[in-house]
Write a protein that binds this ligand. Structure first.
Ligand code: B3K
Ligand code: ZN
Length: 863
């Protein structure tokens, strides 16, 4: 395991290239045999030794051009052959043990299914290779396995041959004609139910679609398959991109470190993002299935056909593909709730990452463990950067830039700069300045001030990016700022110089001033329409101005955001023991009343900012005070709005369950309202009835969440019913684990310990671990942040065990501890004490080491 820092600036082209790979794999739980034949060429004029990456491999044979060689060295992480010719064939035979692979990286065996995860650097755990994304080869793979237990044998590309061996085992041979990096390699072997379909591309090419699910789960696969077809059609229509092989396969597996993986022609998915039917999946699950299916499909062009030169360029494929899946989801569902969903992710998680020791630009400069950089910054802020380009260029020019990108770079491994240079051909804007978004980390802050004279008003907008853990000096960025100006009566004003064009103001200087010929009066600048840039607005509008923004702004994001700011302001009042005046409640009541039939906007506006979001507008957070203030606000909210919300609840009547947008929106609204009503004890029967009458998972879960606050006995009974009903369904049980883990109770830690011995819980399964331990650490505010530090200690004890088997998941779950800097002194100390315990641990993985050591080193700068 290497703790060494790798730097983007040190990039060198590979010393050797590999043009073709022939693998013959005999599957066996403890001793899978991997026979590999590589055609290798020296790249350039040099006499360097050949270094192949390899980890946890047992090398049995090694030959070059058919001759066994003895002059080589094997280390923990490499095979080094000092002198080789310019072009040669290297043959190796290794054995590996998939059954012992609990890290779920490379080839592993779980629940009787063999599968692989090679991104970022897992292929080196399967065979010796130059395991980096700029080495592209064609692959031919022959898989051998038992016929009875492994009737399905899959790899990338097209199946070309199959047969039966003398010992009764069988084999299948796969050929992938498209050169690809090793991280896109995949195999799957096991016994599955399969759903088959076909897609005919715009050019009339027939593509076989196959979706593999666990035996008996066929009825839960149809929605994913239909989503795939929608994604294929959308990519043809929006980007002119067609699929390029004869077959596209998706396999759902239960043991998976993340959501899914875009292996060429053979996507492997966490079953959570494939399996869905109304009884077991919520509306949100359906949404996620469609969006992840699309995301992995879209990677076929943005990622696979055009791939990354090195891992520092990860956002080249991830930021762009997230943006594309967001566009797709907005088209399939609704733009507003999608946009609000993305904004919540950025504000709750990305801003927090930027404020922590892990802060990095969307194109990082330094990495110890690549797996730690599949982050909200690279993915979601990366997507925001692409979205800004889209805003700046407009739809047509953005598309022209994308066409140029594929024309230039199809079949190549390229950089973010290459992407920008293709985009530059489609616009006169200065993308050199814009490109700073790729190299600068941190969250820009936008402030506004006004000067009013007898007849004019000047509005000055400034940008400033505070230093981050990784970068002290910041420069001004090129920011498209959605902008408009109104007054308290809802009149709109245009600036005299027309710097604001089509609702967008470009900020490319530290400061920009707009002049308004408005007879000299105070204006309300409405900032960041559509969340046009991943920035913080520091504006401090009065409650009257926020209510006016809600009533009169044109952009629905701005309207929603105005109420979120108002709630935040009210919560601040409670934090300092002040009250909220009646006239604000009245204003709020009128505002919400005016949208009582607009269930989409209403349901978003009825969500009180999460504890995480509230943390973003505060420093030196006193956890108990903020948590109590939020609770007090929630209670006041329903006390003041009870009658109106009761009316909304009863006005929503739905027939039997269907997943369509209108119903999804109405159901969301009803469940959000139920959550509020449930804070008043008198509505307990309503919660019970909601649960009993539910014919779908969305409403059942809505009732459980409603009961979770203040209905101890009811919650207990409902959870028993639910737990019993779904005891054999791990994906549904995850929701149950997560509800338990987020419940406020004094004995939460012993409760968690008890749940760890549940027959369905296993430390080896990342979904279970995330549902129980992850939900606790990320979302159980009072339990995790308990004053005596016991919550932190509990997580740390668990991470010490988890890191030994699955470092990737352990490194994800350590995140809440690494955000100590935003809390008050007492919590900071308790959290750092636990981080120090982790750092002392013998044999700590590089994954956890990187995050913990950075976090502890941040101590001095943060104070
Ligand atoms: N590319 C994969 C993520 C791989 C994570 C490796 N630790 C899934 C995706 O973004 O589509
Ligand atoms: Zn991706």
């Amino acid at each position: 395991m290497s703790m060494q820092v790798k730097r983007r600036a040190d990039y060198q082209p590979p010393a050797f290239l590999i043009s073709s790979v022939e693998l013959t794999i005999h599957l066996h739980p403890q001793s899978t045999r991997v026979h590999s034949v590589l055609k290798i060429q020296r790249n350039g004029n040099h006499d360097q030794e050949l270094v192949l990456d390899g980890e946890q491999l047992n090398l049995l044979e090694l030959s070059i051009d058919g001759q066994t060689i003895t002059n080589y060295e094997v280390t923990d992480s490499a095979l080094v052959i000092p002198s080789v010719s310019n072009e040669f064939t290297l043959t190796t035979v290794c054995t590996i043990s998939p059954a012992d692979n609990k890290a779920l990286e490379g080839l592993y065996l779980s629940n009787g299914v063999y599968c692989t995860q090679c991104e970022a650097e897992g292929f080196r755990r399967i065979t010796y290779f130059i395991d980096r994304p700029d080495v592209l080869a064609t692959y031919q793979v022959t898989l051998h396995g038992e016929r009875k237990t492994l009737p399905t044998l899959l790899s990338n590309g097209n199946p070309v041959d199959e047969g039966i061996n003398a010992d009764g085992t069988h084999w299948v041979k796969w050929v992938d004609p498209h050169p690809k990096p090793s991280y896109l390699f995949a195999i799957v072997a096991g016994e599955f139910d399969v759903l088959k379909d076909e897609y005919i591309t715009l050019n009339g090419k027939r593509v076989a679609l196959e979706l593999y699910v666990d035996k008996g789960k066929r009825d839960r696969g149809q929605f994913a398959l239909d989503s795939l077809k929608r994604a294929m059609a959308w990519d043809e229509q929006e980007y002119g991109l067609e699929y390029d092989l004869d077959i596209y396969m998706v396999v759902a597996v239960d043991f998976f470190n993340m959501g899914a993986m875009e292996n060429k022609g053979l996507n492997i998915f966490n079953s959570k993002f494939v399996l869905a039917n109304p009884e077991t999946a919520t509306d949100e699950d359906f949404f996620n299935v469609e969006s992840v299916i699309a995301h992995e499909y879209f990677h076929n062009w943005t990622g696979n056909r055009v791939t990354c030169r090195d891992w520092f360029q990860l956002s080249l494929k991830e930021g762009l593909t997230v943006f594309r899946d967001q566009q797709f989801s907005a088209d399939m569902t609704s733009p507003l709730s999608n946009r609000i969903k993305h904004v919540r992710v950025i504000r709750e998680h990305q801003f927090a990452e930027d404020a922590s020791a892990m802060s990095h630009p969307i194109r990082p400069d330094e990495v110890i463990e690549m797996n730690n950089f599949y982050t909200v910054t690279v993915y979601d802020k990366g997507a925001e950067v692409i979205r800004m380009l889209h805003t700046l260029l407009g739809k047509e020019r953005f598309r022209a830039g994308m066409d140029e990108y594929f024309n230039r770079y199809d079949g190549q491994a390229v950089t973010c700069d290459d992407f920008l240079s293709a985009m530059q051909t489609a616009t006169d804007l200065d993308l050199a300045h814009f490109s700073r978004w790729y190299s600068q980390s941190g969250t820009p802050e936008i402030t506004v001030s006004q000067k009013v004279s007898a007849d004019k008003t000047w509005v000055t907008i400034s940008q400033y990016t505070p230093p981050t853990a990784d970068q002290q000096d910041k420069s001004e960025l090129f920011i498209p700022l959605g902008f408009s100006c109104i007054d308290l009566n809802g009149r709109h004003y245009q600036d005299c110089e027309q710097k604001v064009l089509e609702g967008v103001l470009i900020l490319d200087q530290p400061e920009t001033t707009l002049t308004f010929d408005n007879g000299g009066q105070e204006l309300i600048p409405v900032m960041l329409a559509g969340f046009s840039a991943p920035v913080r607005i520091k504006q401090g509008l009065s409650s009257e101005a926020l209510l006016a923004t809600f009533l009169y702004a044109q952009d629905d994001f701005n309207r929603w955001d105005a109420l979120q700011q108002l709630y935040d302001w009210c919560i601040t009042q409670y934090e300092i023991n002040q009250s909220v005046e009646d006239k604000i409640w009245e204003g709020l009541r009128d505002a919400l009343e005016s949208e009582k039939n607009n269930y989409e906007l209403l349901s978003e506006c009825l969500v009180i900012p999460s504890f995480e979001t509230l943390c973003q507008t505060r420093t030196n957070i006193h956890v108990e005070t903020l948590h109590a203030a939020r609770e007090q606000f929630a209670r006041e909210f329903i006390t003041k709005l009870e009658n109106e919300l009761k009316d909304v609840y009863h006005s929503i009547q739905l027939d039997s369950y269907q997943y369509n947008q209108q119903d999804v929106i109405a159901r969301r609204c009803k469940n959000v309202v139920l959550g509020h009503l449930a804070r008043l004890t008198q509505h307990e029967d309503l919660v019970k009835e909601h649960f009993n009458q539910s014919d779908n998972m969305t409403d059942s879960l809505g009732a459980l969440k409603a009961a979770q606050h203040g209905h101890r006995e009811l919650f207990k009974t409902l959870m028993e019913t639910y737990g019993e009903q779904w005891k054999n369904d791990p994906l549904v049980l995850d929701k149950w684990f997560s509800l338990h883990a987020t419940t406020e109770r004094a004995d939460i830690l012993s409760h968690l310990t008890l749940l760890q011995s549940h027959p369905q819980f296993s430390i080896d399964n990342p979904n279970r671990v995330r549902a129980l331990i992850g939900s606790f650490a990320f979302y159980n505010t009072s339990g995790f942040h308990a004053l005596d530090g016991s919550g932190y200690q509990y997580l740390t004890d668990y991470l010490l065990k988890l890191d030994d088997c699955n470092p990737q998941v352990a490194a994800r779950l350590v995140t809440p501890l690494t955000q100590w800097q935003r809390f008050d002194q007492h919590h900071q100390e308790q959290m750092r004490r636990q981080l120090a315990r982790l750092l002392e641990h013998d044999g700590l993985s590089s994954d956890v080491f990187e995050k913990v050591s950075k976090s502890l080193a941040y101590e001095s700068t943060a104070k």
